[in-house]
Design a protein around this ligand. Sequence first.
Ligand code: NAD
Length: 489
Amino acid sequence: MTTATDLPHSNLARYQHVIDGRRVEAASGQRYDSVDPYLGAAWASAADGDAADVDLAVAAARRALDGPWGQLTGFGRAALMRRLGDLIARDADRLAEIETRDTGKLLREMRGQLGTIPQWFSYFSGLADKLEGTTIPGDKPNFLVYTRREPAGVVAAIVPWNSPLLLLCWKLAPALAAGCTMVAKPSDYSPASAVELAALMDEAGFPPGVFNVVTGFGPAVGKALAAHPDVDKIAFTGSAEVARLFQVYAGESNGKQVAVEAGGKSPQLVLADADLPAAASAIAWGIFYNAGQTCNAGSRVIVHNSVRDRLLDEIVRVTERTFKVGDPLDPATVMGPIVDSAQLAKVLGYVRTGVAQGARVVIGGDVVDGNYMAPTVLADVSNSDTVAREEIFGPVLAVIGFDGDADEGVRLANDTDFGLAASVWTRDISLAHKVARRLRAGTVWVNTFDASDVITPFGGFKATGAGRDKSLHALDAYTAVKTTWIDLT
Ligand code: NAD
């Protein structure tokens, strides 16, 4: 079996950049440690890259695009992608454990994610040979005009730590199907699995340079990639704050394409006739799953005041019964740690600000132990309070009551800078459709939360983003349409 770590005499797993099919140290020689959030100690070290490494990786990606990879047909690309999916399935348990060490996320959750990744390659490999152009019947009879869908080019993928391989593969699978090459920059919190993926791509037979990995920190590696004149497209997932930087970097360089998928403050709108036990369960899972460190966490509940107290009672019951904290490798654990102590302090700060602004702590509100934050429900929140406006990225639910009809609930739900996801809970199916239509979010769920699969688009409105991952829309985003005119005279 191919693995990316190869220094058995070291206590720490050692990860290097992967450039042009070779594992290399940073040009500067610098390394940094990746900390296991559960143990609070380094478990791996990674190359600490900078612009010099980015230059080499982008040059390798360009050579691959202009070389054998660029000559492959869609059939050829599809065959390699299917092989890669099989190798990921073979190594899923090992990769899941690596991601748990890097991120503190539950092993069973990472196994679940790894279990779906082969599907991405299977779905998009099925599209690699279907990138058809058109002939255009224009009003100039002496011309033949046709279009081709060509690869967007060299893609820079910059991804966050909270689902490292899954989010990277959301970008990689359609990019490969389209014939692009890639330089990936995983989060500095989670460098390992992208390097492991590069080893599997090598084993699958992808030519060198098709997929390169430069590990390190955002301001050095991410910025250099975004600003690089030979990168054609940026595919970013991360916080809204950093997403805005990437839009600026892109504009200031060669005006490259930029797609950003950023954070959220997703509302769960509970109307007076909702099935409260079902809503409460989905609300608790929607915020406490992965300790709230999920882009589409349902962090804001907008509930009709006539059912608010009953809903709160149900949420508390589900939370106390379900969300046991513990070792992320233990299958009995339901909630893992916060990724690091700085983020934990930030989450606690939000809770204190919420209380200072008038919120009532219904459950939780403090640290449990180590890097663990108690699942926390804040009631009596106003939609203008900080905890209702900003993405906390921790297990903190803000509950906002409203009076009046569904219009008022929709108004509050839409009164946010973000637009990633939203749900509505009601037994009235025609009202559900009307509300779903009016919610300004990339995904709307009715009487459920967090359902997803590879073929449905995912992305957001407003500060959450520009562009969509998954589905046929994602494939479009990695192709460029070229029009050719032939004079027949
Ligand atoms: P982040 O924005 O801090 O980092 C994302 C990536 O950008 C990382 O690789 C990081 O190293 C890099 N980066 C950070 N600062 C940079 C800078 N100044 N210049 C260039 N690159 C920089 O996000 P995070 O903390 O890793 O992840 C959590 C965020 O990601 C949350 O906001 C979450 O909502 C969001 N997210 C969104 C989605 C989605 O699909 N919409 C999915 C998962 C996570």
